[in-house]
Design a protein around this ligand. Structure first.
Ligand code: NAI
Ligand code: MG
Length: 505
């Protein structure tokens, strides 16, 4: 909800709604004012979430700092911390059905998609739990006699985690699991549209043994709760997923505070289909890239670059498959395309569609709000534009909805040029049966992830993140834990003689 659309209710009102207080220092926390959380399928409020502000961030950051410095967490060995994470993984695994339902109610993604995400999330806690006690410093060989020196890896401190609404818990797990494995404590600011699942999630972690104060949640809007979190002097690192506009602001603010910052900012990722590809597989991949999750994923394959010689045939196949997609209730197993998560997002998508039509793109499929609305919710048809030229907005800007821009190419070098012709660089799909071309293309495309004859696969083991405006840093994989660690170098005098005090030793 945007602030203008937030309907604040006084304590005691809206009793029929589920209520979600914030979570600070192991306790529920409210301010007396609430934000409605709307269900995109019905278009009506289903829960209310505490409306926090900057003062609540101060409480949470102070609690997190206390937990980092003097709480039981601070005294645990890495092995003990790792065990807590593995126990938490088991506790989460026992609650996936409930968490998935909350996510669907809040963000409207398909229950099948959300069940899949929930079932997978515990793996992040197992993986990073296992990694917690494998973080090693080193003994330095040293060029100086009479000294022994080593490095050790220490947690950076309090981490601020800011998440978006499209996959609230998955994108949280990508940050939270390595942060906790490193020994950090955290303050989470979930999206104002989808805060409920994060609050449930954190309670499960505490029941599983994560001490109070280690994980805190402050709910509310980005401009006050989010901004204060980035600014807070006790917060040493920010992990953010969301829009590039907000990422830019947060990056600048974090830089001013000399804080570390990881930004995952979405993209305009191409699926690149060569005439020699397995076209059935490619059609399937392109559809999953843009219409799964109603296109609301950072790695949406929102541009189709297709070899000219198969353009018409390929578009026909795509349209035939996408036209059959069943739009409807995200909770029901037969649905393939659910609603758009937020009211402003629907308006934004429709704006991009109008703009593409005005710019001269041809609507090969969709382009409207469905004529028969399945519910009171926020729907848009799967949409395919042909006749798109690379400079059109629809080929350049992230729509974050089920809207595909199709652009033909003549040869491999033009495919590379087009692929790299946006300011983004998150993902790319390459569809070809030519192994040499697959290697050449995966080298030449500027993106953090490349899939060959595949799309939209992720793993806790596989680094994820973008080049160019798609972000800074990588999440997942063993390296990601370094983002939450400082290297400390320790010098010990083992008999070096006293030195000239006025020159560098
Ligand atoms: P956003 O990027 O503004 O919000 C993401 C998170 O940042 C939310 O928790 C929000 O409250 C917080 N935030 C906002 N302003 C902040 C600030 N000044 N300081 C600190 N935190 C702040 O995304 P929003 O408004 O929800 O969606 C806008 C657009 O972003 C969408 O239309 C879509 O295009 C894109 N988006 C991209 C995502 C991705 O995964 N790449 C995810 C969600 C949205
Ligand atoms: Mg909602």
């Amino acid at each position: 909800m945007s602030q203008s659309q937030a309907s604040a209710t006084a304590d005691g009102a809206a009793l029929e709604l589920a209520s979600y207080p914030m979570h600070i220092d192991g306790r529920p926390h409210t301010t007396g004012t609430w934000l409605d959380s709307e269900n995109p399928w019905t278009g009506r409020a289903w829960a209310r979430v505490a409306w926090g502000g900057a003062a609540d961030v101060d409480l949470a950051a102070t609690a997190a700092h206390r937990a980092f410095t003097i709480g039981p967490w601070a005294g645990m060995t890495p092995t003990e911390r790792g065990k807590v994470l593995v126990t938490a993984a088991d506790a989460l695994a026992a609650q996936t059905a409930r968490l998935a339902e909350i996510e669907v109610r809040d963000n409207g993604k398909l229950l099948a998609e959300m069940r899949g995400q929930m079932d997978y999330i515990p793996e992040w806690f197992r993986y990073y739990g296992g990694l917690a006690d494998k973080v090693e410093g080193s003994v330095l060989p040293l060029d100086k006699k009479g000294y022994f020196a080593f490095t050790r890896k220490q947690p950076v401190g309090v981490v601020g985690i800011i998440t978006p609404w499209n996959s609230p818990l998955l994108l949280l797990a990508w940050k939270l699991a390595p942060a906790l494995a490193a020994g950090c404590t955290v303050v989470i600011k979930p999206s104002e549209f989808t805060s409920a699942s994060t609050l449930e999630f954190v309670r499960i972690l505490e029941e599983a043994g994560v001490p109070a104060g280690v994980v805190n949640v402050v709910t509310g809007f980005g401009h006050d709760v989010g901004a204060r979190l980035v600014d807070h002097p006790l917060v040493r690192k920010i992990g953010f997923t969301g829009s590039d506009a907000t990422g830019r602001l947060i990056g600048a603010q974090a830089a001013a505070g000399l804080k570390r910052c990881t930004l995952e900012l979405g993209g305009k990722s191409p699926n690149i289909v060569f005439a020699d590809a397995d076209l059935d597989a490619a059609v399937n991949g392109v559809v999953s890239g843009i219409f799964a999750a109603t296109g609301q994923t950072c790695i949406a394959g929102s541009r189709l670059l297709v070899e000219e010689s198969i353009h018409d045939d390929f578009v026909d196949r795509l349209v035939r498959l996408a036209r059959r997609a069943r739009i409807g209730d995200p909770m029901s197993p037969g649905t393939q395309v659910g609603p758009v998560t937020t009211r402003p997002q629907l308006a934004k998508i429709l704006g991009h569609i109008d703009q593409a039509v005005a710019a001269g793109a041809t609507t090969a499929l969709g382009g409207q709000v469905p004529a028969t609305q399945p519910s009171g919710g926020w729907f848009v048809e799967p949409t395919i534009f042909t006749g798109v030229t690379p400079e059109m907005d629809i080929a350049q800007e992230e729509v974050f909805g089920p809207v595909l821009a199709v652009i033909p190419f003549r040869d491999e070098s033009e495919a590379v040029r087009l692929a790299n012709s946006t300011r983004f660089g998150l993902g790319a799909g390459i569809w070809t049966s030519n192994i040499e071309r697959a290697f050449r293309m995966s080298d030449a495309v500027d993106s953090g992830m490349v899939w060959v004859n595949a799309y939209r696969t992720v793993s806790f083991m596989a680094p994820f993140g973008g080049m160019k405006d798609s972000g800074v840093g990588r999440e997942n994989g063993s390296e990601a834990i370094s983002d939450y660690l400082e290297t400390k170098t320790v010098w010990i005098n083992t008999g070096a003689p006293n030195r000239d005090p006025f020159v560098l030793g």
